[in-house]
Design a binder for this molecule. Structure first.
Ligand code: TYD
Length: 395
């Protein structure tokens, strides 16, 4: 593409959520070159070659948003605030996962769209009105026919996973009524650049959004952002509140403030991304050094929280089972499998970190507070965490 400049090459990466079964360990894994670039017209930052959604989001998808208390709390608080401020009669969630958000509403009020049928089944079984469908105009038309228009659409950590943003917003336009509100929430590009969290880029995260980038797409569909909240979730996310331009609601100062912050940081300048790429290369060298030093002292390292993000780090820095003995994770569908590319065993979290462990690599660094709270015993006995953001270090 002529208007796209690549600034970062994260090498060959396997599908980030494709955990391997034992029998697959000797088979060759498919890997994809992961380059990151910026569209000089829209300022959208994205990965180079998105992979078909059907390959990533299918009936074997392991991710469960209910695995973190932080997420559950955030969804609950948002639900309370939505009921208070917008009083919606009908709500639709795009990417409803295992129902962590919709469960906060009366079953009559919510509709969930979740393409991964293994997860959609969970909410359906509980009696929620959910559909196992990809989000596109065909889906929107089908829902419109069956359910009519809705007055609130919410989507967390999903829009950034869909390549065709034109289709996304066209579909939203079909279903949202003229006075309705669209709320989307995704990792923030500004925070990603500031915190050097290059692991926000993996094959599922097609985009890492800035306010400026999203606004450039929204204006084509006569949508505008009227409020923005900066969240701590996922290492720094933005929650965008969006309305139709014809709806004359006031625009909060939060929007202008965020725009100023992004411009001041240089989010529109290529030089900002070139500097970021340099920092990422430095981060790789430094993280590897930390691991090598610990291993040379015969100390044992495990990983905590197998995230899709950590797949980018491990594969980019070439940190495999020689460095990390195993990962622990609370997600059933990840347990007794192996990390993609680096083949590190994943074990069930038993409620504590074993006594023979000296260092823990924080794969789920975005839940650092929650995990540090849980692992007070490990910290008390001198156990240390390894973290890569904002720079690789031992905590
Ligand atoms: P997350 O950061 O949400 O994922 P991704 O990068 O894939 O979007 O994933 C957090 C992972 O960490 C998830 O597999 C659950 C796990 N986890 C634990 O095992 N223990 C914990 O205390 C927490 C908070 C998460």
């Amino acid at each position: 593409m002529k208007n796209k400049i690549n600034f970062l090459d994260l090498g060959f990466q396997p599908l980030a959520n494709n955990y391997l079964k034992k029998g697959q360990l000797n088979k060759k894994e498919k890997k994809y070159r992961l380059k990151i670039g910026i569209n000089t017209d829209t300022k959208l930052v994205s990965i180079n070659k998105p992979i078909s959604s059907k390959l990533m989001f299918n009936n074997k998808y392991p991710y469960r948003s209910s695995m973190s208390k932080t997420m559950l709390k955030s969804f609950k608080n948002l639900a309370i605030s939505i009921n208070k401020k917008f009083k919606p009669k009908k709500i639709l969630e795009i990417g409803s996962n295992d129902g962590s958000f919709i469960k906060n509403f009366s079953k009559k009020k919510v509709i969930g769209i979740e393409p991964c049928s293994n997860i959609e089944k969970i909410t359906k079984k509980k009696g929620f009105n959910t559909y196992s469908l990809y989000w596109n105009t065909k889906t929107a038309k089908r829902i419109l026919k069956k359910e009519g228009k809705v007055d609130l659409i919410y989507s967390a950590n999903t829009i950034s996973h869909i390549e065709n943003l034109d289709e996304v917003f066209k579909s939203i336009n079909i279903l949202l009524n003229n006075h309705g509100t669209l709320i989307i929430e995704d990792p923030s590009l500004l925070e990603c650049l500031k915190k050097n969290t290059y692991d926000q880029f993996y094959n599922e995260h097609i985009y890492v959004f800035s306010l400026i980038g999203i606004e450039n797409i929204l204006k084509k569909y006569d949508f505008e952002i009227f409020h923005i909240q900066n969240l701590e979730i996922h290492g720094g996310s933005n929650r965008y509140f969006i309305k139709k331009r014809t709806n004359k609601k006031p625009i909060f100062s939060s929007v202008n403030n965020q725009r100023k912050k992004e411009i001041n940081y240089g989010i529109q300048k290529i030089s900002t991304y070139k500097k970021f790429a340099k920092r990422v290369k430095f981060s790789k060298r430094r993280l590897k050094k930390i691991f090598l030093k610990i291993i040379s002292k015969n100390k044992k390292i495990i990983g905590y929280g197998v995230t899709a993000k950590s797949s980018t780090i491990l594969n980019y820095c070439k940190i495999d089972k020689e460095f990390i003995s195993y990962f622990i994770d609370t997600t059933k569908d990840k347990q007794n499998k192996y990390t993609p590319g680096t083949k590190i065993p994943i074990l069930k979290y038993q409620g504590f970190i074993k006594k023979d462990i000296d260092f823990v690599f924080l794969g789920a660094w975005n839940f650092k507070k929650e995990i540090f709270n849980k692992e007070k015993k490990f910290i008390k006995r001198g156990g240390k965490f390894i973290i890569h953001t904002p720079r690789p270090r031992i905590l």
